[in-house]
Design a protein around this ligand. Structure first.
Ligand code: SF4
Ligand code: SF4
Length: 548
C-alpha cells in the first residue's frame, strides 16, 4: 500500500540543474601536496591538537581530540609531516581565519592500523556511539552536528522512527544522489547500525521523486536484507523538502515543536552520507577523512562529483572540474539557495562541504535591494511558517529581543523568502547577522554571568573568612578566660601547700630545738650519758620487779 504523504507550508519548485554533474561516476580527487585541517569543522567546541610541528602522521591517525561533549576529533586525511599549527583561511563568508593543522603530504598515503568492529549487534549502544564519536563523524548534510549525540536519545526517550534523509533538494547538488546510486549497501548497513544504537522501531529512507536511479538501486539493495522495518519512500520534489522538520511533516504529518527537536516527537533524522560514514567507521574502522563533493556550475567544463580528502584546497577541485577562471563570477560553498560566496579559493574542504558551485559571469547579477513593499510574498513561501518581513524589520532595527518573539531560530535559512522578494532584499543575510549577534550577546552574557558568579563567590569567601576569624577570636578569648579561672585555683592550691610546708618546717624546727643535742660540750655529753645510763638501769630494775 502506498504511504500517505503530507505537505509542508510554502516551499518552491526550483530548476534542479542536477544533470550537470551526474554524467560520470564519482572519481577520486587528486592528492594535494598540502592538507589544511581546521580544528572547528563541526558545531561545538574546537578540537585540540595532539601532534607537534615536525611530527610524522599516518592516514587516519587522530591528530586533534574532542575537548567537550559537543565536539569532534580530527584525523589526518593522508600521511605526511605536520608543518604548521596556525591560523589559516577557512571556508566562511567573511573570509576569516581559524586554527588549523597543516600536513605536508608524503605521497605514500600510508594508513594507520584500522580496527573494525566485528559484531556491532553484540556491542552496547553506548560503546557503539563511542566508536562513532572517535571516528569524528558529524552530520554531512547540514551544519555538522556531532552524530553520536543524535544517536543518543537519552534514557527516557523511545525512537519510533529513524529517517534517512536522501532528499537533497537544493539545486545543483548531487553528492548524495551519486552516493545512493553507487553505494546503496553502505547506506543501508549504516542505517542498520544507527537503528541498533537508537533501538529505533521503524526506519524510512526518503528520496525525492526526481532521483529515480537512486531509488531503484536502493530498493534492489534493500531486497538483499530481511529488513521489513525499513521503508524507502519517494517524496515530492519541492524545495526545501530536505529540511529536517519539512521532511518529517511530509512523511508523518507531524510538526516538530517550535525550538524543539525531532526526538521530542519520537523521531531522529540523519543524512544518507552520515549513514555511509557510520558504516565505514564500524565495518572498516575508517574515520571521517573524506567525503563526496559536487564540483559544478556553468563556469566548469567538467562538472562532476569527486571523493575528496578533508583538507583539500578548493582550487584543486575547481581545476579537476576544468574551471574557466576568467569566466567565473563567484564560487559558492553549497548550493545557490543556502550556500555562500567564498572569497579565498585556497580554503580547504571541511566535513560539511557538500558542493562547490562556480557561477559564470553570464548569469544575471543580483539586483540592488529596494525598500520592503509589504507584499507578503515571503510569508507565503516560508516553510517554517514565519513572517520573514517582520524578521527583516527587527534584524534591520537590531531589535534582537523582538526578533526572537517572531521565532528567528526556527528559520532554517532556506532562502525561499529572498528568492521571491520583489525588492531583492538579501533577507537571509539579515537573519544570519541577527543570529550571530544574539549568539555573541548570549556568549557575552554567559561570560558576564560567570564573572559575576566568580565575584559573588569571592565575596562569599571573604565573608566566610571574616566569620571564621571572628569565631577563632571568640574561642581564643573564651579559652583565655577559662585558663585564667583555672590559673586562680592553682595559685590558691599552691598557697595552701606553701602554708602547710611552712607549718611543717616550723614544727620540725621546734622539735629540733626541744632535743637540743647539737653543739654540746664533752662534760654536758658525759652528764647526759650518765643520766641516760641511770634511766636505763632504773628501767631495767623496774622491769625485773614487775616480772617477779
Ligand atoms: S517579499 Fe520582500 S518586499 Fe515583500 S514583504 Fe517580504 S520582504 Fe517585503
Ligand atoms: S529563510 Fe527563514 S524566513 Fe526565509 S523562508 Fe526560509 S525559513 Fe522562512
Amino acid at each position: 500500500m502506498r504511504r500517505r504523504l503530507w505537505h509542508f507550508h510554502g516551499g518552491l519548485h526550483l530548476e534542479g540543474h542536477k544533470d550537470l554533474s551526474m554524467h560520470e561516476p564519482v572519481a577520486a580527487a587528486p592528492l594535494p601536496a598540502r592538507i589544511v585541517l581546521p580544528l572547528a569543522q563541526h558545531i561545538g567546541a574546537p578540537a585540540e591538537p595532539e601532534v607537534k610541528v615536525g611530527e610524522k602522521v599516518r592516514k587516519g591517525q587522530r591528530i586533534a581530540r574532542a575537548t567537550e561533549y559537543v565536539s569532534a576529533p580530527i584525523h589526518a586525511s593522508t600521511s605526511g609531516t605536520v608543518v604548521a599549527i596556525e591560523e589559516q583561511p577557512v571556508p566562511h563568508p567573511s573570509g576569516l581565519s581559524a586554527p588549523c593543522i597543516v600536513i605536508e603530504a608524503d605521497g605514500q598515503d600510508e594508513w594507520i592500523e584500522r580496527q573494525p568492529v566485528a559484531d556491532y549487534e553484540n556491542l552496547d549502544p553506548s560503546a557503539l556511539r563511542n566508536v562513532i564519536r572517535e571516528a569524528g563523524i558529524v552530520g554531512l548534510g547540514g551544519a555538522g552536528f556531532p552524530s553520536f549525540i543524535k544517536l543518543n536519545p537519552g534514557p527516557d526517550k523511545v525512537v519510533d522512527l529513524l529517517i534517512l534523509n536522501g532528499a537533497e533538494c537544493e539545486p545543483y547538488i548531487t553528492c548524495d544522489a551519486m552516493l545512493m546510486q553507487e553505494h546503496p549497501r553502505r547506506i543501508i548497513d549504516g542505517l542498520l547500525i544507527m537503528r541498533h544504537a537508537l533501538r529505533a522501531k521503524r526506519c524510512i529512507i526518503a528520496i525525492e521523486d526526481n532521483k529515480k536511479v537512486a531509488h531503484t538501486v536502493l530498493v534492489n539493495a534493500l531486497q538483499e536484507h530481511e529488513a521489513e522495518f525499513i521503508e524507502i519512500v519517494q517524496v515530492p520534489t519541492v524545495y526545501p523538502t530536505g529540511g529536517e522538520k519539512q521532511l518529517i511533516k511530509v512523511l508523518t504529518g507531524k510538526e516538530v515543536p517550535s525550538n524543539g527537536l525531532p526526538i521530542d516527537i519520537g523521531m531522529v533524522c540523519h543524512n544518507v552520507a552520515t549513514a555511509a560514514a557510520v558504516h565505514d567507521a564500524i565495518a572498516e574502522g575508517t574515520p571521517l577523512i573524506e567525503r563526496i563533493v559536487t564540483v559544478t556550475g556553468e563556469a566548469l567544463d567538467r562538472p562532476r562529483n569527486l571523493t575528496v580528502r578533508i583538507g583539500t584546497p578548493f582550487s584543486l577541485l575547481l581545476e579537476a572540474g576544468q574551471w574557466r577562471e576568467t569566466d567565473t563570477d563567484e564560487v559558492l560553498m553549497g548550493g545557490p539557495m543556502m550556500g555562500f560566496a567564498v572569497p579565498d579559493l585556497d580554503v580547504p574542504v571541511v566535513k560539511t562541504t557538500n558542493c562547490l558551485l562556480a557561477r559564470p559571469r553570464s548569469q544575471p547579477h543580483r539586483q540592488p535591494a529596494m525598500p520592503c513593499i509589504r507584499c507578503g510574498q515571503c510569508a507565503r513561501v516560508c516553510p517554517a511558517q514565519l513572517l520573514p518581513q517582520q524578521l527583516y524589520w527587527y534584524a534591520h532595527a537590531r531589535n534582537f529581543d523582538r526578533i526572537q518573539d517572531y521565532h528567528l531560530f526556527d528559520c532554517i535559512e532556506c532562502g525561499c523568502c529572498a528568492y521571491v522578494c520583489p525588492s531583492h532584499i538579501p533577507l537571509v543575510q539579515y537573519y544570519r547577522f541577527a543570529k550571530t549577534e544574539i549568539w555573541a550577546q548570549e556568549r557575552q552574557k554567559q561570560k558576564a554571568d560567570r564573572a559575576r558568579q566568580r565575584h559573588e563567590w569571592h565575596l562569599e569567601r571573604l565573608e566566610r573568612r571574616k566569620r571564621e576569624e571572628e569565631e577563632r577570636r571568640r574561642r581564643k578569648k573564651e579559652l583565655l578566660k577559662k585558663s585564667k579561672a583555672a590559673g586562680g585555683d592553682a595559685a590558691k592550691k599552691a598557697e595552701i601547700e606553701a602554708a602547710l610546708a611552712r607549718v611543717k618546717a616550723k614544727k620540725a624546727s621546734r622539735q629540733a630545738a626541744r632535743a637540743n643535742t647539737e653543739n654540746l660540750t664533752d662534760a654536758q655529753k658525759q652528764a647526759i650519758a650518765a643520766v641516760e645510763a641511770r634511766r636505763q638501769r632504773l628501767q631495767k630494775g623496774g622491769d625485773s620487779g614487775d616480772s617477779q
